[in-house]
Design a protein around this ligand. Structure first.
Ligand code: DX5
Ligand code: ZN
Length: 227
């Protein structure tokens, strides 16, 4: 898994991370198998607590069930308050990459170190209103920078245009600090904007509705990869 992350900066195509939030929960195994057979390298798993965001999604048992049925990278996006309380639990259910929100962490540096101490890759997510420059003093510690391109909490929302500028800012910051942080874009990603996102420097594209609501999810993953 670490190879996937470290090698990626030298690859041409982005990593596609289908978001299970948009999957069919009454027949999850079907969607897990679809992703397994597809060219997607990661599963994106959205955990919501009804406090940090106005919605509740799923938690550890669902993540463990998916992990039991895949060898792909488990990319867990925590939209919860006090995420530091659950770092070990997410490691135990199979998280490979654990991302916390900047806005939810008073002691972000400590939380990032704790994630790494558990042997996971560490990510920080920024809400649409949170500027990239706030990561100036921590970017070199981050394996992943997740830029929210919608307000977190729900799938199927409209992509926020200001994200394009934030990708450029993130790319500049990463280069200036000589960091190897991957840039992940989450929310409203689809065939209409994937090419531009990759061109600007996005390394990982999260796609929920655009994949699972498509008539041909595997084909859409493949197109996102090559767009
Ligand atoms: C939103 C989540 C996203 C969501 C994306 O809070 O973080 O991962 O599943 O869904 P789409 O791709 O439908 O915008
Ligand atoms: Zn997400």
């Amino acid at each position: 898994m670490s190879e996937v992350l470290s090698l990626h900066k030298h690859r041409i195509m982005p990593i596609i991370a289908p978001s299970i939030l948009a999957a069919d929960f009454s027949n999850l195994i079907k969607d897990i198998e679809m992703v397994n057979q597809s060219e997607a390298e990661w599963f994106h798993l959205d955990v919501m607590d009804g406090v940090f965001v106005p919605n509740i999604s799923y938690g550890m048992p669902v993540i463990k069930a998916i992990d039991d049925h895949t060898d792909k990278v488990m990319d867990v996006h925590l939209m919860i308050v006090q995420p530091e309380r659950y770092i070990k639990d997410f490691k135990e259910v199979g998280a490979d990459v654990l991302t916390v929100h900047y806005e939810a962490c008073t002691h972000l540096h400590r939380t990032i170190q704790a994630i790494k101490d558990e042997g996971m890759k560490a990510g920080v997510a920024l809400n649409p209103h949170t500027p990239v420059h706030l990561l100036e003093d921590i970017i070199h510690d981050l394996d992943l920078l997740l830029i929210m391109s919608v307000n977190p909490g729900f799938g199927g929302q409209k992509f926020i245009q200001n994200t394009y500028e934030k990708i450029t800012q993130a790319k500049n910051l990463i280069e200036r600090k000589n960091a190897s942080t991957l840039i992940e874009i989450d929310g409203g990603v689809g065939l209409g904007n994937a090419a531009q996102l990759s061109q600007l420097g996005a390394d990982v594209l999260v796609a929920g509705s655009s994949v699972f609501q498509s008539n041909d999810p595997m084909g859409t993953i493949s197109e996102l990869l090559r767009s």
